[in-house]
Design a binder for this molecule. Structure first.
Ligand code: SF4
Length: 280
C-alpha cells in the first residue's frame, strides 16, 4: 500500500492547467511547421505562421494560446494499492483547477447550470474520469477542452450493416459540417463501439494520443490514413481560408459493442488542443 497526499495531486493539477494552456504540445507544433512547408497558398501559409507566432508569444509571455481556456477533463488512473490521504480526491482536483485558473489568469469558462448559466468564477467543476489499475502508480491526463470545436462534435448510432463505409461517411460528414466554425486545422478524435455513453468517451480519449505515434492496429491505421487524405482534400484549410491543411491529426479508438449496434462519435478539436500527462 502506498500513501499519496491529495495535496500533491492538487498542486500538480494547478501547474498542469497553466502549462497546458500556455505551451503548445510539441507534436502539434511539429505538425503546424510541416503544414507550413506543404502549403502553397499565401493565405494558408500566413494563417499557419500566425498560429505558430501566437503559440511562441503565449509560451514566452506565459499567457494562454487561446481565449477559450476550456472545460477541464481529468483522467485519474491509479493503482488499487494507492491510499489517498489528507482529503478528498475530487475536491483536491477542483482546488488545483481553481488555483491554476486564478494564478494563471485563465478565463473562467464554466457555468454551474446549463440553463440558468451562472459562471462559477473559478473554472470548476472539472469532468473527472477514474480508472483503477493494479499496483501503486498514479497517472493523470488533463484536457482543457475548448468549446468552439466541442460544439461541432457529433454522435450516431449506426446499424451494423452500415459497416466501415457507413462509419467513414459519418466521420467525413461531421468534419465537413464543422467546417471553419471549429477552428481548423483540426485534431479529430473518433470513437467506434461501446454504447451511447462509451463511444463519446472513446472519441475524447483519442484526443490524448500523440499525433506522431502511429495507431498500433494496422486496420485502424489504414482507416486513419484514408480519412486524413479525404479530410485534407476538402480544402477547408487553416481557419477556413482554404488550403491543403484541414487536419493535423485523426485517431480512432474502438471498443466492444452490442451485436445490434455500431455507435460512432466524432469529437472535434482544434490546433489549440491542450493536454498534458504526469505521474505522481
Ligand atoms: S476551438 Fe480551439 S482555437 Fe477555437 S476558440 Fe476554442 S480553444 Fe480556441
Amino acid at each position: 500500500m502506498r500513501e499519496v497526499s491529495v495535496t500533491r495531486l492538487s498542486a500538480a493539477i494547478r501547474d498542469a492547467v497553466i502549462l497546458a494552456n500556455t505551451v503548445m504540445t510539441p507534436d502539434i507544433q511539429r505538425r503546424l511547421e510541416e503544414a507550413q512547408n506543404q502549403e502553397t497558398g499565401p493565405v494558408a501559409r500566413a494563417v499557419i505562421a500566425d498560429l505558430l507566432e501566437n503559440a511562441a508569444i503565449a509560451q514566452a509571455e506565459h499567457i494562454p494560446m487561446c481565449q477559450d481556456t476550456g472545460l477541464v477533463v481529468v483522467y485519474l488512473t491509479f493503482g488499487q494499492d494507492v491510499h489517498w490521504v489528507d482529503g478528498e480526491v475530487e475536491a483536491a482536483i477542483n482546488d488545483g483547477i481553481r488555483q491554476g485558473y486564478r494564478e494563471g489568469y485563465l478565463r473562467f469558462s464554466v457555468v454551474a447550470d446549463p440553463l440558468r448559466r451562472v459562471n462559477t468564477r473559478d473554472n470548476t467543476p472539472a469532468i473527472v474520469h477514474y480508472r483503477l489499475t493494479p499496483g501503486e502508480g498514479v497517472h493523470v491526463d488533463i484536457l482543457p477542452k475548448g468549446f468552439g470545436a466541442e460544439n461541432r462534435s457529433r454522435l450516431a448510432m449506426l446499424k451494423p450493416s452500415d459497416g466501415q463505409a457507413g462509419a467513414e461517411q459519418f466521420i467525413l460528414e461531421s468534419v465537413r459540417v464543422a467546417g471553419p466554425q471549429a477552428c481548423p486545422p483540426f485534431i479529430v478524435g473518433v470513437g467506434i463501439g461501446g454504447d451511447f455513453e462509451r463511444v463519446a468517451e472513446l472519441a475524447k480519449e483519442a484526443l490524448l494520443e500523440p499525433l506522431d505515434t502511429p495507431n498500433p492496429d494496422p486496420y485502424l491505421a489504414d482507416m486513419e490514413s484514408r480519412l486524413t487524405d479525404a479530410i485534407n482534400a476538402m480544402g477547408i484549410g487553416p481557419q477556413g481560408f482554404g488550403g491543403r491543411t484541414t487536419l493535423l491529426g485523426l485517431r480512432i479508438k474502438v471498443g466492444a459493442t452490442h451485436i445490434a449496434g455500431l455507435p460512432v462519435a466524432v469529437n472535434m478539436s482544434c490546433h489549440s488542443t491542450r493536454h498534458l500527462a504526469f505521474d505522481l
